[in-house]
Write a protein that binds this ligand. Sequence first.
Ligand code: FAD
Length: 694
Amino acid sequence: AQLDTLDIIVLAALLVGTIAYFTKGTYWAVYGDPYGNSLATSNGAAKAGKSRNILEKLDESDKNCVVFYGSQTGTAEDYASRIAKEGHSRFGLNTMVADLEDYDFDNLDQFPDDKLAVFVLATYGEGEPTDNAVEFYEFINSDDISFSEGASAEDKPLANLKYVAFGLGNNTYEHYNSMVRNVDKALTKLGGTRLGAAGEGDDGAGTMEEDFLAWKEPMWTAVAETLGLEEREAVYEPVFSITEKPELDAEADEVYLGEPNKNHLEGSQKGPFNANNPFIAPITESTELFTVKDRNCLHMDISIAGSNLSYTTGDHIAIWPNNPGKEVDRFLSILGLASKRNTVVAVKGLDPTAKVPFPSPTTYDAIARFHMEICAPVSRQLVSAIAQFAPNDDVKAEMAKLGSDKDYFHAKVTERNLNLAQLFDILTKGEPWTQIPFSLMIEGLLKLQPRYYSISSSSLVQKDKISITAVVESISKPGAPHILKGVTTNYLLALKQKQHGDPDPDPHGLNYAITGPRNKYDGVHVPVHVRHSNFKLPSDPSKPIVMVGPGTGVAPFRGFVQERAAQAKAGQKVGKTILFFGCRRKQEDYIYAEEWEQYKNDLGDSFEMHTAFSRDGPDKVYVQHLIEKHADDVNKLLDQKAYFYVCGDAANMAHDVNNLLGKLIASHRNVSAEKGKEIVKAMKASNQYQEDVW
Ligand code: FAD
């Protein structure tokens, strides 16, 4: 038989993969981090040759309180800034915010007893530290920890350390808030003294903000008491200076119009591409996967050829969005900045420790469009802080009420999915809010975050082309004045429409600047970087696997099955490959229906797909029901050490499947329910059970 080009590519990839497997990646080490996003490259302090000594830094900048953050998506960083600001404005603490990865911790035993360290720590995935907290976490938990003065754990080396701790977690994960819990335990064990309770915010219950607000008051009381601080009338003090530069034209070469860094500004994007430096990638193909008109699910192929980026099946790709023009206009108008949108501004930290979250000089337009989460839910604390700058006394009173009454705020703002500009607009009926210092907007709004997508292709089959599978977010709620449009997915939808020369490329009037700053993303391009994940196929393809992925949860499994089909075609022995998939209707949102048929041809009996269509029959059938129906097979495969994978909705499905598996094991192996749960736990610990949930 003749080999076609794809076969040859796949065979070559298999050979390379086999060498990589047997050499355990030794040869790759020569080329550095295969994912192009190693921690070392993003290590700001080290790279800039700055000191990694936090005690020196505190002394130099005359600070007595450092707020460290371990943050993945920017939320923990935002809470850290808020604590730092409040500590200063209410209690006169001289605070600074610090990225955990910018400092060393072996001199924490010298931390002066009249200073305060605050740790704001997000827990990531399966109880892991965020990327920037890995080194700190390993240090503080190491069995043979030793400090610069030679003190060991038994000496209670942190007896001088006074600290405060707040964690950001999600109760739908098993290791809920494990970062803050473990760090707190470690610090206490080493002799540190915690002030106040260790706070725990719960994203799973949607109460992060309220948990934070409830935790911080008693914490401040404890801090004030211990450090002998007096509360003062909080006056707003800006963190950033914003200087308008009318002499500079927005088109001038040195003005950032949304470019993420200097290389991009100078028009020569250079690797390594990572979380600080996106690659402007061509979208080579985009298609609609649903057949209904009112919902969209996008399949996109993104080329990383020539970028030196690489991925392995199961990794994530980050898409760097920009905000829709419609919301940028609303935001600038309501702040009275519409006529100044292209005015050049230089933004600087008023304190040497304050980091400006985007490059400067830039314009108001670029800040709102490319750098701030202007569409995000509004925080109650921000509403409180802004109240004093409302345009009149009635609105001031209403803002103060919203800021202080949790239930009222929930009903009026959160429940109605309002963003900040929409709230302002409603409160003043369009009258602009011209008294708000722009610094407060930069401080109060999150930095615009890349969104992650589970890569839905196999790196073996298409090493330079990353596929994604994304549902376009569009939420209308009764009583809400606007339809909530997901920032990134609607941006991707607009790009798809452009690619297809759609006569009506902007059905919702969102008006994205899809050609990017200075048209640098013209054609059909999107800024991306790749993130490594632990969600991985067994290295031996003959091992059986069971996958549970309803809806877009099937994304990584398209990659898994694509890979195993290629391996089977190349003559490798491939083990049982079972996929449980669910969606609403076979004719509407059964994504990749034809591809699955193709994979069945390639894999033969080793591939089984079980589908649940919740709205096609009289009874609602979900993947959980399918698993129950095929419980015997699942149990048998688990006995043969099958890998078990779950992807998709963290809040309900993943949780249910986890519990169901425990029960299934208990009943099939005749052990107690408790033992069933333990077995599932052990499977997770040994990576036999893997989750990719969001
Ligand atoms: P956003 O604008 O970020 O909005 C997202 C949600 O936030 C809204 O639905 C709403 O609930 C809330 N929200 C936003 N604004 C407001 C407001 N003003 N008021 C109240 N609530 C608000 N998605 C996929 O489709 N496919 C995948 O394969 C995939 N893989 C993922 C893998 C990982 C590891 C992670 C973390 C996430 C993954 N996601 C995936 C989800 C994806 O990252 C995005 O969260 C999703 O596409 C929505 O992004 P968006 O920018 O369009 O929406």
